[in-house]
Design a protein around this ligand. Structure first.
Ligand code: F6R
Length: 600
């Protein structure tokens, strides 16, 4: 979602800001802007659309060694130049960018700003007008900023420029991510480290309800009462090459191909010197001690959670419920006596999931976060974290993070099973190796999937994915991938459920992609395929070696039946990728979507 960058140093800030914004493009946005402090005044350049559109309107001759920038994903007010950030205060003195949502902005407008004509429809503009209001009442800028922040309810990451002071950027954070990056002759501000890896790998975290005064050579962190807080920097363990496409046409394809590597990395990270699977014993104790586990997640991570439920219940025999985070808070089920909450989130920033985390922590429950991003909000605020080690995922459509989530959930289930005395004879490490090889083989068959995508998905208006048991969950993920990047209306269904309504949608030629990787339901899912074929569907059965039949369109290599989701999802990811390409869609940056969904 929205992204922030800032630069204060000796060089011209425009290029650092624009490059930083380009690195944040993956988060999803619909307009962008920068504000740069010239000798006389702060100049804003902002535009609806892509950073490439913004670049076209930035005056190359306007030198400024201080600036802030923003990518906006519209929440309050349509995507437009008027609503794009940065926003200026009424007199033009203050300029501000903001991520997050100010819940009480209407009330603040009524209380303080009835005499100020607002120029945009955003909640953000209220913040910059309030800073000016308080500064005009005689407060120093820092006091005016802190006073404003105390009024705000909701989430924010903010960067603020004062035209009367060329040597500072004021920043603040609450519930939305923001970091300070340190350089020799400059300092930078960024929503995530990736945006500024081009100039530094030294970062300082900002905690909620803190402000930072950033100058060229110094940073001062304070709480909202003005007390100074000391904090050491850390080195970002990211490699700038991790966030480049290399020779790939799209990040999504690169990330699909990286899945075998990710599984091997996970094997390495969750193994002790004796070659046994290991997880921090504190985490295993927490899982063992739970009488019921509540998995909370959204989207693709929710789909991984459904698979994780199977693992934990089947291997460790602990009951698991999986809930959509945006529903859970309002519709909380009756909780068990000793619950453990597991938050699954690629980004670790999903606001819907965080809202649940805050709620259940207040109730005194323990939480484990499974995330790809160390130091992310969900990781910091939970009691325990398991990392995915998938490397940065840039394409909006999640692929390698999904397989990593499933792999880590399998390890968690297996180590817990051993700890509760329910060991089994599955050699998970070896099975992971087999699965990684199988994915490699699928990735080598791209041409075939490209042809299949052309045959089934190039012109269709809808598509159905069916499966039973664990295949059903993978079908849900396949449908989500397809709809989010190709805009084909796609739905996943349990094979047996079709005849209870959905089968009415089957017409001549409707693509029905069926997964058949589970021996126990192989015949039943094939029966369901026959039902749709009898009504004109164009079936595409993807089965597994050992269960195959003549009618199958593709047979994936044999893997352990619990681990089939790691492999059977790959053809579906590739279908989505090629369908989007054939339909001329922007694969890595689909419309309306954001990578990191930081608003509820
Ligand atoms: C789909 C996708 C989303 C995310 C969802 C939750 O490809 O990526 O459905 O899974 O927005 O995000 P995280 O996992 O970051 O909590």
């Amino acid at each position: 979602m929205c992204g922030i960058v800032g630069y204060i140093g000796t060089q011209d800030s425009k290029e650092v800001l624009l490059k930083g914004l380009e690195k944040l493009e993956y988060r999803g946005y619909d307009s962008a802007g920068i504000a740069v402090m010239g000798e006389e005044h702060v100049q804003i350049f902002k535009e609806k659309g892509r950073i490439a559109d913004l670049r076209k309107i930035v005056d190359p001759n306007f030198f400024a060694n201080v600036g802030i920038g923003h990518t906006r994903w519209a929440t309050h007010g349509v995507p437009s130049q008027k609503n794009a950030h940065p926003h200026k205060s009424a007199s033009g003195r203050f300029t501000l960018v903001h991520n997050g949502v100010i819940e009480n902005y209407e009330g603040l407008k009524r209380e303080y700003l009835m005499d100020v004509p607002l120029k945009s429809d955003t909640d953000t503009e209220v913040i910059v007008q309030l800073v000016e209001k308080f500064a005009d009442s005689g407060l120093s800028v820092e006091e005016a900023f802190r006073t404003t922040l105390k009024q705000l309810k909701g989430s924010y990451a903010i960067a603020l420029l004062d035209e009367l002071n060329h040597d500072m950027i004021y920043v603040a954070k609450n519930k939305s991510p923001l970091l300070i990056g340190l350089g020799d002759t400059f300092n930078v501000v960024a929503s995530d480290a990736m945006a500024m890896l081009q100039v530094t790998d030294q970062f300082v975290e900002i905690m909620d309800k803190e402000i930072v005064i950033v100058t060229q050579n110094n940073i001062t962190i304070k709480n909202l009462d003005g007390d100074v807080i000391e904090r050491s920097p850390y080195t970002a363990e990211l490699d700038a090459s991790d966030i480049e496409k290399g020779t790939y046409p799209h990040f999504m394809l690169k990330e699909i191909d990286e899945q075998p590597l990710v599984i091997r990395k996970i094997i390495q990270k969750y193994q002790n010197e004796a070659g046994e699977l290991q997880i921090d014993p504190k985490i295993i104790d927490a899982v063992k001690g739970a009488d019921r586990i509540y998995i909370i997640a959204a989207g693709t991570s929710y789909h991984a959670g459904l698979v994780g439920k199977q693992y934990i219940e089947k291997l460790a025999s602990i009951p698991v419920e999986v809930h959509i985070s945006s529903e859970f808070g309002y519709n909380m089920p009756l909780l068990s006596a000793q619950p453990l909450f597991i938050f699954i989130s690629q980004s670790g920033e999903t606001a819907d999931s965080r809202a649940v985390l805050v709620q259940i922590k207040a109730m005194g429950h323990k939480a484990l976060t499974i995330t790809n991003v160390p130091g992310s909000t969900l990781s910091r605020e939970a009691d325990y974290t398991l990392l995915l080690y998938a490397g940065p995922e840039i394409a909006v459509a999640s692929t390698k993070a999904y397989t990593a989530q499933i792999a880590v959930l399998a390890i968690l289930a297996q180590v817990t099973a051993q700890a509760v005395g329910r060991g089994n004879d599955m050699d998970l490490l070896q099975e992971f190796g087999i699965a990684a090889n199988a994915i490699e083989m699928l990735c080598d068959s791209k041409v075939e999937f490209e042809d299949m995508a052309r045959e089934y998905l190039a012109i269709t208006r809808n598509a159905f994915f069916i499966g039973r048991g664990i295949d059903y969950y993978v079908g849900l993920e396949g449908a989500l991938k397809l709809k989010e990047i190709s805009y084909i209306q796609a739905e996943g269904f349990a094979g047996g459920e079709l005849k209870h309504g959905t089968i009415a949608l089957i017409e001549d030629g409707t693509p029905v992609i069926a997964l058949a990787t589970q021996a126990s339901v192989n015949l039943s899912i094939r029966g369901n395929v026959k039902e749709v074929v009898a009504r004109g569907a164009h079936p595409c059965i993807i089965s597994m070696k050992g269960l195959e039949s003549e009618e199958d369109r593709f047979v994936i290599p044999a893997v352990h039946e619990l681990l089939t989701p790691l492999v059977s999802v790959v053809p579906l990811q590739l279908f989505a990728y090629y369908a989007a390409l054939h339909r001329d869609c922007d694969v890595d940056k689909p419309r309306n979507l954001a990578k990191s969904v930081t608003v509820e």
